[in-house]
Design a binder for this molecule. Structure first.
Ligand SMILES: Nc1ncnc2c1ncn2[C@@H]1O[C@H](COP(=O)(O)OP(=O)(O)OP(=O)(O)O)[C@@H](O)[C@H]1O
Length: 304
């Protein structure tokens, strides 16, 4: 993997406040990098700034300090090099599935013939399992189908980086699972680099190579980066059979239930924001002989 395909350095964000109030950074001094083909999830409680970070990576928002370098160039505005999928799918309601995707493809390759645009778009409609629904409008689709159109559209422009802001948050568990499997397949086939926000620890373990854990805001920071040590060919059906899955899961849940808040209130002299601790749950000394503990009953969707 090419190291540092995306490099985030010293990122901070302060939103303006009304007169008389002191502005406080939502997050500060965020450093991390993503290698080409890597799938990275960011996890943290509501308000720690995950969407703001994603919007800065997308070029839709600007940081108060710091830089984002993607493929050797500074991100300074939106670009078709980055495909974004939001929870609300953001489709154009007056256009059919095919036209929604064709619109994006035409913007990316304005010189392509009508036929080539249609063929290319059809390929991505087929990839997400929407063959037969090409001529339906978003109002005629289920939530899961709309989300698939959003994913097909983002993939169809073959972005260098895919940015996903809780794309499956509004879906029922069954649909969510099916689309997660599809996303895994597409990413494996295309070596896609992905940055994704999720509140779902199981989703993070299934999909990602690395999980960035944020302390609670304001002044949120990266507490640690968890390396997913499960084999990459994991599947939704098999993942829970691996004892290592429970070690990683317990580590993430422990973090969200208690450590995210404790760390936000304490300062550690050894903490270097340029080099946040990288941890491998289950491979550390204290967890070395850990046997799977019962799953903690922490809510999957955690909010403050
Ligand atoms: N445009 C804005 N102006 C002022 N404050 C904002 C703006 N956008 C976000 N914020 C504040 O910044 C903080 C971080 O918001 P952000 O949406 O990035 O957090 P998040 O971690 O993605 O939360 P959630 O998990 O609930 O989506 C919040 O306190 C929010 O109120």
């Amino acid at each position: 993997m090419q190291t540092d395909f995306l490099k985030v350095e010293a990122l901070s964000k302060v939103y303006p406040v009304s007169r008389g109030k002191t502005p406080v950074p939502v997050f500060e001094n965020i450093h991390f990098s993503i290698a080409k083909g890597e799938f990275v999830c960011i996890v943290g409680h509501s308000g720690c700034g995950k969407s703001t970070i994603l919007n800065v990576l997308a070029g839709l928002d600007s940081p108060s300090a710091g830089t984002v370098i993607m493929d050797g160039r500074e991100v300074s505005g939106p670009s078709l090099d980055r495909g974004v999928v939001f929870q609300g799918h953001a489709l154009m309601p007056w256009l059919t599935v095919m036209k929604n995707i064709e619109f994006a493809v035409k913007s990316r390759w304005p010189d392509w013939s009508r036929e080539k645009i249609q063929q290319h778009s059809q390929q991505f409609i087929d990839l997400v399992g929407l063959t037969g629904s090409e001529h339906k409008k978003p109002s005629e689709l289920s939530g899961g189908m709309k989300q698939r159109v959003g994913i097909a559209r983002a993939f169809s422009i073959q972005p260098k980086m895919l940015l996903l802001d809780e794309p499956f948050g509004a879906l029922d568990a069954l649909t969510r699972g099916v689309i997660q499997d599809e996303l895994l397949k597409i990413c494996a086939a295309t070596q896609q680099t992905v940055f994704m926000i999720t509140h779902d620890v199981d989703e993070a373990i299934l999909l990602s190579d690395k999980i960035i854990l944020m302390t609670n805001g304001p002044r949120a920071r990266i507490a640690e980066i968890v390396v997913n040590t499960l084999p990459r060919n994991r599947t939704r059906n098999d993942i829970h059979k691996d004892a290592q899955y429970y070690r990683i899961r317990n580590h993430l849940v422990d973090f969200l239930v208690s450590r995210s808040r404790e760390l936000a209130l304490t300062s550690d002299a050894d903490y270097d924001p340029r080099n946040p601790p990288e941890v491998r749950p289950g491979e550390m000394d204290e967890d070395a002989d850990a046997t799977p503990r019962p799953l903690k009953q922490a809510a999957i969707h955690l909010v403050n």
